[in-house]
Structures are given as C-alpha cells and as structure tokens.
Write a protein that binds this ligand. Structure first.
Ligand code: FAD
Length: 267
C-alpha cells in the first residue's frame, strides 16, 4: 500500500485549519437544531468518511479531507456531549483526550516501533494515525457559545450579567476587585437569591467621559431643536429636552423635532 497521508506543507496546515473550524461550526450548528439528529448525522458522516478513506489504496485528497472534516465535526460533538450531557468540565474532557492520545501513542509505538507519519502504509498504522487525529480533534470547546446561551446559559453553564455604572467618576481609580466587590454587594442586596451564585469571571471596561454627568447650570448650553439656520433642525440627546443625555433623551428630541416641524409647516 502506498503512503496514505499528505505531505506536511503550508497548504496542509491551511486546509487543516479550515476543516477544524468548519467541523466545529458544523457540529455546533447541528446541535442547535436537534441534538439527537445532530448526533446521528455526525455518526453517519464519520462512518462514511472511514469507509471511503480505508477503501483507498493510496492518498486521495477528497477522501482524506472528508474524513478529517468528519472527525472535526464528530469530535466536537463528542466533547460537547461529554460536557453538556454528562457535565464533565472542559478541563476534564481535555484530560480524557490527553490520556487517550498518550494511550494511542503508546500502543502505536509498541506495536509498530515507529510513530513516523511517513510510514502510514498498513491498515494498522492507518488506524493508529486516525485514532491520533480523533483524540486531538475531539479536544475542542464550543466555537459558538452564543448558540448555547440561548438554551443553557454560557458555554460553562452559567449566566452572564452586563452592567453599566454611571456616573462612575468615583470608581475610576479603584482597583477592579474593589469595584467588583461593590457591584456584587449591590446585586446581593437587590436580589438576595444571587448570594448562592458564584462569580466565576468578571471583566471591567472603564471608559472615562463616555457617559455624561448631570451638573448644575449646563442645560442653558443645550441648543433648541430649531436651529438658527433656515429649515435645519437638530435632533440628539444633546439638544434641549427634559431628560439627561440618554436614549430616552435622544428619542424625545426626535419627537420634539417632529412636533416643531409640524407646527411650523402645518399638517
Ligand atoms: C457606554 C455608554 C453607555 C450608555 N448607556 C446608556 C443607558 O444605559 N441608557 C441610556 O438611556 N443611555 C445610555 N447611554 C447614552 C446613549 O447611548 C446616548 O445618549 C444616545 O445614544 C444618544 O443618541 P443620539 O442619537 O443623540 O447620538 P448618537 O447615538 O451618538 O448618534 C450620533 C451619530 O452621529 C454620527 N456622527 C457623528 N458625527 C458625524 C458626522 N460628522 N457625519 C456623520 N455622522 C456623524 C455618529 O457616528 C453617531 O452614529 C450610554 C452611552 C454610552 C457611551
């Protein structure tokens, strides 16, 4: 039997990257519609891939890459099932796949006395080769966590809270841990049940001057929606209206423009 694997050149890595990404995205896509049908499709696809690849007598690009894509898809499905159905954390699935990989390498080198990919010329070596690929491809996490968030929180099974703190000038120089502590205290006071929740991760983005601060005597500088230029009207949160600069203020300014247009041009 001739060698059945491609040469490791630049193009190999390009196609490998593409099949890995496509496989992960496909698996996540299948799972969003029906996990059972998704699993069935993945099993069928990998079986077809194995049959096709093992039927060839030498390296045939479509057969090789079809199986690579099928393994990327099914491998993702297996890891996600281990995590989402059996509750094994991704750290645990990684550990399982590393042990599997070491086991494959051990058996491969013990029986064949080589791990060289240039020597994939027997069925047995080919089996070890694809088992290695499966163990490495399967160790992937969810690529589209937002799809999973629709049904079950984040990829790690939790919830995400996004909060805007404004005005925040007093918080700007505080360390992130202190700000997080203050926010958690606030959340616990307002939602007592949240005290049972565990904060897994937090990120703070500070944007000075992003939100306006209400200070006395500045309202006089806000322009009216009717500008001094003929037929030129202004809408925006900065224009004079009874709210602060906010989305409500921006919407209200648009309503004021419409009213002022109507009163000027009739209707
Ligand atoms: C981080 C942050 C958080 C906020 N959170 C809240 C909140 O929770 N609740 C709330 O009510 N408000 C919030 N606001 C304020 C709210 O977003 C603004 O008040 C509102 O979006 C203003 O709307 P606007 O239409 O007046 O102006 P903008 O939304 O700023 O629209 C102005 C548009 O004009 C464009 N523009 C500017 N110059 C030019 C040019 N020369 N030519 C062409 N286009 C131009 C800009 O790109 C922009 O798209 C927040 C603002 C920030 C920055």
């Amino acid at each position: 039997m001739a060698a059945k694997v491609p040469e490791i050149a630049l193009l190999f890595w390009v196609v490998k990257l593409l099949t890995t990404a496509a496989g992960e995205a496909s698996s996540d896509y299948f799972a969003t519609h029906s996990k059972a049908i998704g699993a069935a499709v993945e099993i069928i696809v990998v079986l077809v891939g194995v049959l096709w690849q093992f039927k060839t007598r030498r390296y045939v690009a479509p057969a090789y890459w079809f199986l690579a894509l099928a393994i990327a898809t099914t491998g993702t499905g297996v890891s996600d099932t281990m995590h989402l159905v059996f509750g094994i954390p991704y750290g645990g699935t990684t550990f399982i796949w590393i042990i599997t990989l070491l086991g494959v390498f051990f058996l491969w080198s013990r029986t064949e006395h080589t791990l060289s990919i240039h020597s994939i010329v027997t069925r047995q070596r080919e089996l070890f080769y694809w088992a290695t690929i499966f163990a490495t491809f399967a160790d992937v996490s969810i690529t589209c966590p937002e799809e999973f968030q629709k049904n079950m929180g984040t990829a790690n099974g939790g919830s995400v809270m996004s909060l805007v703190l404004a005005p925040a000038h007093k918080l700007m120089n505080m360390p992130n841990e202190v700000i997080t502590g203050l926010v958690m205290k606030d959340i616990h006071e307002r939602f007592p049940k949240s005290r049972q929740a565990k904060l897994l991760k937090s990120t703070i983005v500070k944007i000075p001057q992003s939100v306006y601060k209400a200070v006395p005597d500045v309202d006089q500088f806000r322009p009216d929606q009717i500008s001094p230029i003929k037929n030129f009207f202004l809408a925006g949160d900065f224009t004079y209206q009874r709210y602060l600069a906010s989305m409500e203020g921006a919407a209200l300014s648009g309503k004021l423009v419409a009213e002022k247009l109507l009163s000027r041009f009739g209707g």
